[in-house]
Write a protein that binds this ligand. Structure first.
Ligand SMILES: NC(=O)c1ccc[n+]([C@@H]2O[C@H](COP(=O)([O-])OP(=O)(O)OC[C@H]3O[C@@H](n4cnc5c(N)ncnc54)[C@H](O)[C@@H]3O)[C@@H](O)[C@H]2O)c1
Ligand SMILES: O=C(O)[C@H](O)COP(=O)(O)O
Length: 622
């Protein structure tokens, strides 16, 4: 039957149901996040904006939420993540994720996403604002004038044109600052061991190999690295002492990249002339702390972490992360996951149908071959995913790997309370004893004809010890020699093959049978001898139980040579009227694949199994 006759495919999970239900998934927003992105989520989810939560309050309420959207103020600790039993995604509406315990999130299978570039213009412009404000004493001038003073002679500044700006961290923000500074007529020297020398050269930036080459020559210094173990206290007393006494430093990255005590001393002792600070080790700074004294220092222009606080940047980051939250809660892939490989939007679009296909192949495997039994034939088996055609050229197949793990385990467990995703798929596979190899076959004679017909072909192969309880049992024709062996020694192989046509997904091979069906909805898969009367019998049983057939397909043996198989005597006796003699006969095996509507009870399965020549029946829900 044509695939088009099959039940409409269920795409991306539960979002449609969620719109209609009072129990819509919940998203917590404990900080100010721009309304543009939140509006996207409000259509489908309960979005609770709860500003000013304490750490304990957050831990108490987080169990109710599937999503959490934060900026830099909320500390997303391991305790918060452990309490968030339903949490699937933590989104950082901005760049820095140093307020999120990313390792703990990974262990819990929670995706952490951010907006890698939504606020870089804002951060770079704020850096330039502080650069000029520090150079021209704008802060003090404003404060004294507002206090009724007119202190022109005390507020003589310096020009930035023809001066040298040192940049530590020539990433997205650092590079933007460099270009803007060059526009102001500055010379730019940078230190970044990971920066591309070509990009630096093209931008007119001189890269230097060490701090020692940078500190003594710069008139202004700005740091644009993340806060890491290697960048914490990057500039302490020895480094600040090496700078010119006329130098001014800027921090629009993170509190802690300059040691705050050392910076205070450098300003008080006159080792440097001034500072422009947007970020502090504690925000707001604790009264009396070095951070608070820096913020109040007359040589410092300070702002309360405003680098990303522009209307435009907040709209950008809100849209970036809310789009990803939406996609993740629908079962899709993020575009900027911090604890998962970067997936480019184009790559993501190409992979999407294959993610669905492979997840269904995994689920079909478990339900058809392992009978849906927890621990059945999944653990201890070796799986191989073979990609042919266009797919063989894709290097980032982590989403496909995750889709297989998800499909394999989804029908038999709740994955230990966790969703399987690209973040934790490897951990869950290891826990379940599932080994998966991936093979990219670019030039393949065997798969060639299929790949000529379809752009890509995916083969799922499983090898491992034969499961004595499995349904359906390996057919007598499949491995007659193995059946003679003690079961603990027997190995068997199962195969499922599938392809994508347009956006639709199809199974083209199931075990030894050539098929062509859409893996969706409720399927009954009968392994039988292809004899007259079978279809009528099956239709009668299902009709009698009120189960409607939406499509039906008979899949013959894939290999013509195996199309007619010898049935051993034991089977011949059991199968009575179908067989031609007690010593064995010739019979054609087939799979009957039925899409059904209505409840398929154990009684239905038992009645189907009673029919002569039906070797087994499996119920598969996809
Ligand atoms: N104040 C704000 O509101 C604000 C706004 C945006 C970004 N930020 C912060 O700015 C920082 C940079 O953001 P980005 O988007 O440019 O990040 P990025 O990842 O694009 O760039 C960081 C750069 O730092 C370099 N780096 C890392 N360790 C280094 C080291 N030890 N020495 C020299 N270079 C090193 C990296 O190679 C990289 O090029 C982040 O901490 C981010 O949180 C702050
Ligand atoms: O890392 C960032 O994106 C900036 O520091 C912005 O932080 P914010 O969202 O708290 O303003």
């Amino acid at each position: 039957m044509a695939p088009s006759a099959i039940t409409t495919e269920l795409t991306n999970g539960s979002s449609v149901g969620a719109t209609l239900s009072d129990n819509r998934p919940r998203i917590l927003v404990p900080e100010k996040v721009s309304a543009e992105g939140l509006a996207l989520l409000q259509e489908l989810y309960n979005v609770d904006t709860r500003k000013g939560l304490t750490a304990d309050e957050l831990i108490n309420i987080i169990p109710a939420y599937q999503g959490l959207i934060v900026r830099s103020e909320t500390k997303v600790t391991a305790a918060v993540l452990a309490a968030g039993q339903k949490l699937r995604v933590v989104a950082r509406a901005g760049v820095g994720v140093d307020n999120i315990d990313v390792d703990a999130a990974t262990g819990n299978g929670i995706i952490v996403v951010n907006s890698p570039s939504g606020n870089i213009v804002a951060a770079a412009e704020h850096t330039v604002a502080l650069l000029l404000a520090v150079a021209r004493n704008v802060g003090r001038a404003d404060a004294t004038l507002k206090a009724g003073l007119w202190e022109r002679s005390k507020l003589v500044g310096v020009e930035v044109g023809r001066k040298t700006l040192g940049i530590i961290g020539l990433g997205k923000v650092g590079m933007k600052v460099a270009r803007m500074a060059i526009g102001l007529g500055m010379r730019v020297t940078a230190l970044d061991p990971y920066a591309s020398p070509d990009m630096a050269r093209q931008a007119g930036v001189q890269l230097v190999p060490a701090l020692a080459d940078l500190l003594p020559v710069v008139d202004f210094l700005t740091i644009h690295t993340p806060l890491l173990a290697s960048t914490l206290n990057l500039l302490g007393e020895p480094e600040l002492q090496r700078m010119k006494p006329t130098a001014r430093v800027l921090n629009v990255a993170r509190g802690g990249v300059y040691n705050e005590d050392a910076l205070l001393k450098a300003l008080d002792e006159g080792w440097i002339a001034g500072a422009g600070l947007d970020v502090f080790t504690a925000e707001p700074p604790k009264p009396g702390s070095a951070a608070a004294r820096l913020a109040a220092h007359p040589k410092v222009v300070s702002t309360p972490h405003l680098g990303a606080s522009t209307v435009e940047a907040q709209e950008n980051v809100s849209m970036d992360v809310c789009t990803q939250v939406l996609e993740i809660l629908r079962g899709g892939l993020p575009t900027a996951a911090v604890n998962a490989p970067l997936i480019l939007p184009e790559e993501y679009r190409r992979l999407q149908p294959y993610v669905r296909l492979i997840e269904r192949m995994g689920s079909l495997y478990t339900q058809h071959f392992a009978g849906g039994r927890a621990g059945g034939m999944i653990g201890g088996r070796r799986f191989e995913l073979v990609y042919r055609g266009e797919l063989a050229g894709i290097s980032n197949t982590r989403p496909l790997f995750a889709a297989l793990v998800k499909g394999l385990v989804s029908s038999i467990s709740d994955a230990g309370g966790r969703d399987v995703n690209i973040v934790n798929a490897t951990i869950i596979a290891r826990e379940r004893g599932i080994a998966i190899d991936e093979k990219h076959v670019r030039d393949d004679a065997a798969g060639g004809s299929v790949v000529t017909t379809y752009a890509s072909l995916v083969t799922l192969r499983s090898r491992g010890p034969k499961d004595p309880e499995a349904t359906p049992p390996s057919s007598p024709a499949a491995q007659p020699e193995q059946q003679q062996q003690p079961q603990h020694q027997a190995e068997e192989e199962q195969v499922i093959e599938g392809y994508v046509s347009g956006k639709a997904i199809f199974i083209s091979k199931l075990d030894r049978f050539a098929a062509n069906f859409h893996p969706a909805g409720t399927l009954l898969i009968l392994h039988n001898y292809d004899e007259p009367g079978k279809i009528g019998y099956v239709g009668g049983v299902l009709g009698g139980h009120g189960v409607n057939i939406s499509f039906m397909q008979v899949a013959g043996l894939n290999d013509a040579a195996a199309a007619v198989a010898a049935v051993p005597a034991a089977a011949a006796v059991d199968d009575g009227p179908l067989l031609l003699g007690g010593g064995g006969h010739k019979a054609r095996e087939a799979l009957m694949i039925l899409g059904v509507d209505g409840e398929v009870t154990q009684d239905v399965l038992d009645d189907l199994r009673k029919a002569e020549g039906i070797l087994d029946v499996s119920l598969v829900k996809l």
